[in-house]
Design a protein around this ligand. Structure first.
Ligand code: EPU
Length: 429
């Protein structure tokens, strides 16, 4: 089993380069199915989800070539191969194979997705969208069967603002007959990124990034080249680490506009932040960190994915803070581990009450999901002594070259053990 070790107390100084956005990449890769000629995607993050999705494209008959951070997908030869089990269960984003395969082949069989366990994560809004476009959708033995004679544009109102449902419906509607309107659509930057790829492929999409998206279906989509936007959650995680233990850290390849809610909360805490065109500089000269209350909301509100690492930072604020997660009300598994390190945190309903003024101590802790892992890295950097983090496979799903990036700015972080048994363990879940 692989483990990460962090010796806390080292001050960070220098520049951290942010990778391409995971939550864009995991939608852009399945989106290539819709094209009739090769698609090249640049600036892919070096994370395990990218490898799994590329393997899934090969399983359905496509050809992929990953060179550095560039993936070329040739969809020639793809067919609607059923994917009820196997790799598809390893990550949540495999649900994008539903929209993309339905759009291209008018049918798909996809095992219900895995991914981080953040409490219930239904996909009823995705299914509502597919049905509105004319698909028959059934759930048989843990797999979703989708079939349509033809897909016809429709007006779809999402009852819940959902990133996944918005993207999945865009994918299916790109080649439907007529116009599809998604109302109460999610507005995350990753949705704009997917719409940009589809538009470059020849799709007609208006309003991505607002809460009403209109898709005019077209007969065919062609290959193109696309560069992924920077990962705002990875950037935000490093900003929080810099706020926790940084002297002066520049986070490069960032769109500061995507991080406004985090930037304002960090400033409220007393952290100095300078925003530049495509980077942010965090200077942490002042010692007192003020407590703040945070409520996660859909974009542009405070991201649920940053709630966990931010909680670690608040343990050392000079007073109590409340963190409320309105998106995933039970995304608090990291708090059990933070308590082992000496934090005083009480979870009540959808909120964590963090007492503040803790002096964290290194301990043996477990990353139960991706961002819980990031929270433990923040805590490990802050703690006295060595923190040993297991569950590293979760962290590898979202943070490319984590140790290398952090070592470059002065952290003492290393990995021990072999990854083979983790992979075997993952297959079983
Ligand atoms: N929801 C429903 N029905 C649906 C879909 C969603 O009730 O059909 C609910 C969810 O249970 C949740 C809320 O709506 O309470 C929002 O879920 P959303 O669909 O927006 O989440 P997602 O698309 O499954 C993406 C990211 C998550 C991120 C959320 C929220 C990907 C692959 N995942 O998930 O990222 O937390 O949006 O921003 O894009 C992560 O990166 O660590 C991560 C979990």
């Amino acid at each position: 089993m692989e483990k990460l070790f962090i010796e806390g107390g080292h001050k960070l100084e220098g520049t951290i380069e942010v990778s391409g956005a995971k939550n864009s990449a995991v939608a852009l890769i399945p989106a290539t199915i819709l094209a009739d000629s090769p698609v090249t995607i640049d600036h892919l993050p070096h994370i395990s989800d990218v490898g799994i999705l590329s393997e899934l494209l090969e399983e359905i008959g496509g050809t992929t070539k990953l060179e550095g951070d560039t993936l070329t997908v040739d969809p020639d030869g793809m067919f609607p191969m059923p994917l009820p089990n196997g790799r598809v269960k390893k990550l949540r984003a495999s649900y994008y194979f539903m929209g993309a395969m339905l759009g291209k082949f008018k049918k798909a069989v996809i095992g219900l997705p895995g991914g981080c366990n953040l409490g219930p994560r239904p996909i009823d809004q995705h299914i509502k969208g597919f049905e509105a476009l004319g698909a028959k959708v059934t759930n048989e033995q843990g797999a979703i069967y989708l079939q349509a004679d033809e897909l016809v544009g429709a007006n779809i109102y999402l009852d819940v603002v959902s990133v996944g449902a918005t993207i999945n419906i865009m994918l299916a509607a790109a080649k439907a007959k007529g116009t599809t309107t998604i109302e109460n659509a999610a507005k995350e930057p990753e949705i704009i990124d997917v719409a940009t790829l589809l538009t470059n492929m020849g799709a007609v999409i208006k309003g991505a990034g607002t809460n009403v998206i209109r898709i005019e279906g077209v007969d065919s989509l062609q290959g193109c080249r696309h560069t992924i936007i920077p990962d705002r959650i990875e950037a935000g995680s490093y900003m929080i680490m810099a706020a926790a233990v940084g002297k002066r850290v520049e986070i490069d390849n960032v769109i500061p506009l995507h991080l406004e809610s985090l930037i304002s909360k960090l400033r409220e805490m007393n952290i100095d932040i300078e925003t530049r065109d495509d980077s942010v500089v965090i200077s942490n000269g002042r010692t007192e960190k003020m407590p703040v209350d945070v409520k996660t909301l859909v974009y542009p509100g405070f991201a649920t994915d940053l709630q966990q690492p931010f909680t670690s930072l608040l343990t050392e604020a000079n007073g109590p803070s409340i963190v409320t997660d309105t998106i995933y009300g039970s995304r608090f598994k990291h708090t059990d581990e933070l308590r082992r390190m000496g934090a005083a945190i009480k979870v009540e309903g959808q909120s964590a009450l963090i007492s503040g003024n803790a002096r964290l101590q290194g301990a043996s802790v477990k990353a139960t999901d991706l961002r819980a892992g990031a929270a433990l890295v923040v805590a490990g950097l802050m703690a006295e002594g060595v923190t040993e983090i297991s569950g590293v496979e979760h962290i590898d799903r979202g943070y490319a070259f984590l140790e290398e990036k952090l070592r470059k700015v002065g952290a003492n972080i290393w990995r021990e053990g072999s990854a083979t048994s983790d992979k075997a363990e993952q297959e079983q879940h």
